[in-house]
Design a binder for this molecule. Structure first.
Ligand code: ADP
Ligand code: MG
Length: 245
């Protein structure tokens, strides 16, 4: 892999153990004026195979958390270690390269290209992941089949239902074989039955070993996580699992 500028750093090399995401005192203050501490210094370790939900009210800091976890923004304090690599001090170009290879995004409003078919949309997920062009179509077909859309490969998004669109978006996110699936209100635009089906798909992917982080303001969605984190005024806290018996 080529890095811009003089330095060539093996930014992606170490993936130690099964820790996918680690926040070490990660915080974010927007400079203002007045300065706003949207994320108070937090430590958090997400392991491979975790299904984490992060929930909180509007203004609590969810987007700030998502942007940092998704390498769209950088912390103003602390260290963010993703796959064993400190990504908190990378350049923008390096961050983009890591993001494309490590993180699959799923958004509330799907963000599909309207004039591209389901297959083409899924292929786009691999451009930034550095998958050679000749491999993209086969892999896109494979992931679309795995989300139950093998019969809709040539459909444009406008011909798909909301649930199908979100499946295409999930397929696109998975196509780059990310280590982390980061979902922002993935069911926010879906009716409850469809939302349930999409959450079921996330469960299935998680059962297959995918690490899933879902950001939501919906308590029912938050309850689906095997680890439930709440944000309140920028402070993260995790519910302690109830002991059985
Ligand atoms: P949520 O996604 O939970 O609604 P945000 O992370 O968007 O919360 O915002 C958390 C806090 O940070 C809010 O008080 C918001 O007003 C503030 N905030 C968000 N973005 C900025 C910014 N770019 N500059 C200043 N303050 C911001
Ligand atoms: Mg938000």
């Amino acid at each position: 892999m080529k890095w811009p500028g003089r330095q060539r750093r093996p930014v992606l090399e170490p993936v130690d153990g099964d820790t996918v995401l680690e926040f070490r005192g990660v915080g974010r203050t927007y400079p203002g004026p007045p300065p706003v501490t949207a994320l108070r210094p937090a430590s958090l370790s997400v392991r491979q195979g975790d299904f984490v939900t992060v929930s909180g009210r509007s203004g609590s800091g969810k987007s700030t958390f998502l942007n940092i976890a998704g390498l769209l923004d950088t912390p103003t304090e602390g260290q963010y270690v993703l796959g064993g690599v400190d990504v908190s001090r990378l350049t923008g170009a390096e961050r983009a390269a890591v993001r494309g290879r490590r993180i699959g995004f799923v958004f509330q409003s799907f963000h599909l290209m309207p004039h591209r078919t389901a297959l083409e949309n899924a292929e786009l997920g691999m451009v930034y992941a550095g998958v050679p062009r000749r491999e993209r179509t086969g892999r896109a077909r494979e992931v679309l089949c795995s989300v139950g859309l093998g019969h809709r490969l040539d459909a444009l998004p406008s011909r798909l239902s909301g649930g199908e669109r979100q499946r295409v978006a999930i397929a696109r996110a998975l196509a780059g074989r990310p280590t982390l699936l980061l979902c922002d209100e993935p069911t926010g635009n879906l009716d409850s039955a469809t939302a349930d089906a999409v959450l079921g798909l996330l469960d299935e992917l998680n059962d297959q070993g995918m690490t899933v982080v879902v950001i939501t303001h919906d308590a029912a969605v938050a309850a689906r996580g095997s680890r439930r984190i709440t944000i309140r005024d920028g402070a993260l806290s995790e519910a302690v699992p109830a002991t059985v018996g």
